[in-house]
Ligand binder design. Structure first.
Ligand SMILES: *Cc1c(COP(=O)(O)O)cnc(C)c1O
Length: 497
């Protein structure tokens, strides 16, 4: 049976999976959602015997129904290969009260790799299926993590080019090295003399420039986005929740059908929405625990039913969660409004005109599967230190926000018996300075980030990941910088238009 996708703000727009991936966003700014959530009609014993790649096919084939078996398997095999440093792809580690699902074993050691290693292949396949002959040009503004994961995913993928703009003085030294050493004939990385918002604005302007689009088309190009609202990023993220559940069963940690909790450090609401979809498919998940840092619009929303972005933006040690508008929340709002595009659109209009909206009591009643809370900076640091002292296991700042919120959940609800997975979204080596500082505030001194990598390796008894080791002495391949008003000419030069 073919599954279709419709816009969250307009029920009339109905497309296939491959078209939804190609378009990224619906015409009116809404997001694509499946018209129904497929059930996971596979026996758990069968799932428990599957490798990650097989689980990926079992889950994704139920959502991407217009891809042939051969097409989808080719995408999966190209994505989940030895770019990951473990055959398990997403291993589970038990520490203290929870099981950590490590989603950082891909080429950029953060969870974005889970979806961005397959998105380029889905996109290229989708283009072929829909007879798009233009070369796809991915244009991205990044505050650090997404840019590198997208570069790694698209590098040397035929039929694509990727251009990444980052704030020249606004990313960490390790993040910058990761990007400027990127190989691949089809890649371009440029620092802009401005902040992330300016980079983002510049990119959005180019996306909506009709004259530029026309010139691009004449030269055989079209823009596309690797943004986290693309359904082609969401679907691959459902896989690891199914995989993790089956692994827990296989290890004898849970019985067949036993409910588990899932805790997710949340920013744009993509990762936790994937867990929600897994639950809708029939995976026995009890609570979806949504963890925020001090930018706690989501935590407040789950408490009150009011989403309000009118607040100060706080820079924290978990920068990938420093977000005031969680884009993917729109998909949940649409579902709890009874898949009502009209109703959802009025909430989103209110969000863009007043910065807030409040859901109805009826909708709020449907949020009982969720628990939301947040961790302060101090609590996040304490969580890293305490877990290290008690178990020797080192987690990154984002994961620590989740671990802290999970402890709050246990204290508040007394639900200490349900087995719980915590999504571990980045290697501690990606946020070395904060992590070492949390464990031993005196250890950092005047050391560089790369010197701290060795300190952390000794503390954690973990080898320096290849993703870090390989960029230490790698050649800088992208020296380009530009002014904020010079972004378009950089793009034109790269594409020779
Ligand atoms: C992107 C990111 C998150 C937030 O995930 P969302 O899907 O945006 O909620 C959390 N941790 C890390 C390390 C990330 O890179």
């Amino acid at each position: 049976m073919e599954l279709h996708y419709t816009g969250t703000r307009n029920a009339d727009e109905k497309v296939t999976a491959s078209q939804a991936i190609l378009k990224g966003l619906a015409k009116d700014g809404g997001l694509f959602v499946p018209t129904e959530i497929p059930t996971l009609d596979i026996d758990l014993d069968t799932l428990a015997g599957m490798r990650y790649q097989e689980t990926a096919y079992a889950v994704m084939s139920r959502f991407l129904t217009d891809f042939t078996e051969e097409e989808l398997k080719r995408c999966i095999d190209a994505a989940y290969d030895d770019k990951f440093d473990t055959e398990e792809i997403a291993p589970l580690v038990q520490a203290k009260d929870a099981c950590y699902l490590e989603l950082f074993h891909g080429s950029t050691i953060a969870f974005k790799d889970m979806a961005l290693s397959i998105l380029p292949h889905l996109l290229i396949t989708a283009a072929k299926k829909n007879h798009v002959t233009n070369e796809i040009v991915i244009l991205t503004a990044t505050s650090g993590d997404t840019g590198k994961a997208a570069l790694a995913g698209f590098a040397d993928v035929k039929g694509t080019k990727i251009i990444v703009f980052y704030p020249k003085d606004g990313v960490s030294p390790i993040q910058k090295r990761q990007m400027v050493t990127q190989k691949g004939e089809n890649t371009l990385v440029v620092g802009i003399a401005g902040n992330f918002d300016q980079a983002q604005t510049g990119v959005k302007q180019m996306f909506s420039d009709a004259a530029l689009a026309e010139e691009m088309a004449v030269a055989g190009y079209q823009f596309s986005s690797a943004n986290s609202i693309n359904i082609g990023r969401l679907v691959p993220q459902i896989v690891y929740y199914v995989y993790a559940y089956a692994r827990l069963y296989k290890k004898g940690v849970i019985a067949k059908g036993e409910q588990i909790n899932v805790t997710v450090p949340t920013g744009n609401f993509g990762n936790i929405l994937a867990a929600y979809y897994a639950k809708q498919m029939g995976l026995p998940i009890a609570k979806l625990i949504c963890a925020s840092n001090e930018n706690k619009a989501l935590s407040d929303f789950f408490g009150s039913g009011a989403y309000d972005k009118n607040r100060d933006f706080i820079l924290t040690s978990s920068p990938s969660m420093d977000i005031l508008i969680s884009s993917n929340l729109e998909r949940l709002i649409y579902h709890i409004a009874g898949n009502d595009a009209e109703k959802n659109r009025s909430f989103m209009q209110s969000l863009s005109s007043t910065g807030r909206y409040e859901i109805t009591a009826e909708m709020k009643a449907q949020l009982s599967d969720f628990y939301g809370n947040y961790a302060t900076e101090e609590e996040t640091m304490q969580t890293i230190r305490a877990l290290y002292e008690q178990t020797g296991y080192v987690i990154d700042t984002h994961t620590a926000v989740a671990a802290c919120v999970y402890e709050k959940y246990r204290k508040e609800t007394h639900d200490v018996q349900t087995k719980t997975i915590i999504a571990s979204t980045a290697s501690p080596f990606k946020f070395t300075r904060s992590v070492v500082h949390a464990i031993d505030p005196n250890a950092c001194g005047s050391m560089t980030d790369f010197e701290l990598v060795d300190v952390l390796s000794r503390l954690a008894h973990v080898e320096v990941p290849a993703a870090i080791a390989s960029i230490r002495d790698a050649k800088t391949l992208h020296e380009g910088v530009c002014e904020t008003d010079g972004m378009e000419s950089v793009v034109r030069k790269f594409l020779h238009i």
